[in-house]
Design a protein around this ligand. Structure first.
Ligand code: SF4
Length: 449
């Protein structure tokens, strides 16, 4: 029986979509180096933990995961354990101190050095590390398609880093200054993805609205992307409220491939808190942009991020946030209790709130939003949404996403293969999803998004 000469790699990813994308990049490189992916860490030759340091909880999870893998390493000394991502970039060699069984540490700017680090480790047996910020961080190569049935969708990173220095955020310290990827590179990758059957592309960046290469900005990139044959839907995240331009807002009305979903993090509804967060806009600026977008495009789904219990947040500040929630009526929110991060300027602000108060406010926000989300979803009942099929969900029904990014379940149908677009009439609504039936359009309400 032939022996498979390929080694096995297990990658565990924490954090955001950018980290998912970085893990896909690493996997593409490792496959080129003779590794196959495995979902069983106990069988792997290499374990990569791609870390997140955006919140304290994420760091704790990484250390408890490392504890699990320490046992594997004790059983099998040849196993190589690597730690990458934001924690690696920020903590560097401190990770070896805290977890001496780790072999390789490399940060967000050093993914392109992965092969060299592993080769050096194999040659010398010594620990290897790369955590400097550099301009040769790469990232322009074609990323492998995701595993699984939903590989009709792909994420494409168009920029790295962030120049905004919001007072609570570690990203500028873990991913460096903002750098946009050349537009031709991005478009070449999307063309290649379309050639392999990808129909929906998600552009990723910490602040995609400030994407700029030469004289060409984000709107030009979106326009050019929409001309690529095979691409049916274009999405993006994340947008900074201060940088969202009238041209981008107008493009939603001109370009049908641009999906009607905007994720626009507000973080707080209080001007005092926004100023301490260094967000560079006021509550009034935010509201005027968002309400104008809602007036122009009533079918646009708007989602946001909110931090509960930022240092110095008073009861009145929190009431302002709750009121903003009721005014905008977001389709969904991603909310978190403030988590102090070492190295950020918010750490030295006065008025840090007790943990239980931060979590109480978080719960109140989430309860309020849940009621709003259910109301908005219920209003969809009877409407027909154009859904791109992602495959079978947990309950054995099929599932997919509407253009406004709503998760829609419907009974399995042979006429709805993955990547196909089907019209679904909505029959039931929940806080985070909708349910419906495939319809032929006869006598149905018009498609709303
Ligand atoms: S815009 Fe602010 S919150 Fe977002 S990545 Fe940049 S610094 Fe962090």
């Amino acid at each position: 029986m032939p022996i498979n000469p390929r080694k096995l790699v297990y990658i565990e990813t924490f954090g955001c979509r950018m980290n998912d994308h970085d893990s896909a990049r690493m996997l593409a490189m490792l496959e080129g180096m003779g590794y196959n992916k495995t979902d069983a860490p106990e069988r792997s030759d290499l374990i990569v933990i791609n870390t997140c340091s955006i919140r304290d909880k994420a760091e704790h999870k990484v250390y408890s995961t490392l504890g699990r893998f320490r046992i594997l390493k004790e059983q099998r000394r040849s196993l190589v354990i690597a730690v990458s991502g934001c924690m690696a970039q920020q903590l560097g060699a401190l990770i070896f101190k805290r977890a001496p069984f780790v072999d390789v540490v490399f940060g967000t700017h050093n993914i392109h050095k992965l092969k060299a680090l592993l080769d050096e480790r194999a040659r010398s047996g010594a620990k290897t590390i790369a955590v400097d910020f550099n301009d040769e961080a790469g990232g322009n190569e074609l990323v492998r398609l995701p595993d699984g049935p939903d590989n009709h969708k792909a994420s494409v990173a168009i920029m790295r880093g962030c120049d905004n220095l919001c007072s609570y955020c570690v990203v500028p310290y873990t991913r460096g200054a903002e750098t946009s990827r050349p537009i031709d590179d991005v478009l070449r990758e999307v063309q290649a993805l379309a050639g392999r059957g990808v129909k929906e592309v998600m552009y990723l960046g910490q602040n995609v609205n400030s994407y700029l290469t030469g004289a060409l900005g984000f709107v030009e990139l979106l326009r050019k992307t929409a001309t690529i044959a095979g691409i049916e839907r274009v999405r993006f995240m994340t947008s900074h409220p201060k940088d969202i331009s009238p041209a981008l807002i107008g493009l939603f009305g001109e370009e049908p491939k641009l999906c009607r979903h905007l994720h626009l993090p507000v973080q707080s509804g209080s001007n005092e808190v926004l100023s301490r967060m260094r967000r560079a806009y006021t509550r009034e600026d935010y509201l005027s942009k968002v309400m104008a977008i809602k007036r122009l495009y009533p079918d646009m789904a708007i989602t946001t991020d909110i931090i509960a219990g930022f240092p110095g947040e008073t009861d009145a500040d929190f009431r302002d946030t709750m009121e903003l929630l009721r005014t905008v009526r977001f389709d969904n929110i991603y909310s978190f209790a403030y988590s102090p991060r070492p190295g950020t300027s918010a750490m030295s602000l006065d008025g840090h709130l007790p943990e239980d108060l931060r979590h109480t406010r978080l719960r109140l926000l989430q309860e309020e939003q849940k009621a709003i989300s259910i109301e908005l979803n219920r209003a969809m009942t009877g409407a027909v949404l154009e859904v791109m099929v992602d495959g079978i969900g947990r309950d054995k029904d099929m599932q997919g996403r509407s253009r406004c990014n709503r998760l829609v379940h419907f009974p399995a149908s042979n006429d709805a293969p993955c990547g196909a677009t089907v019209d679904i009439m909505i029959t039931d609504a929940y806080a985070n999803s909708l349910r419906g039936v495939v319809c032929d359009g006869a006598g149905m309400a018009a498609c709303v998004c």
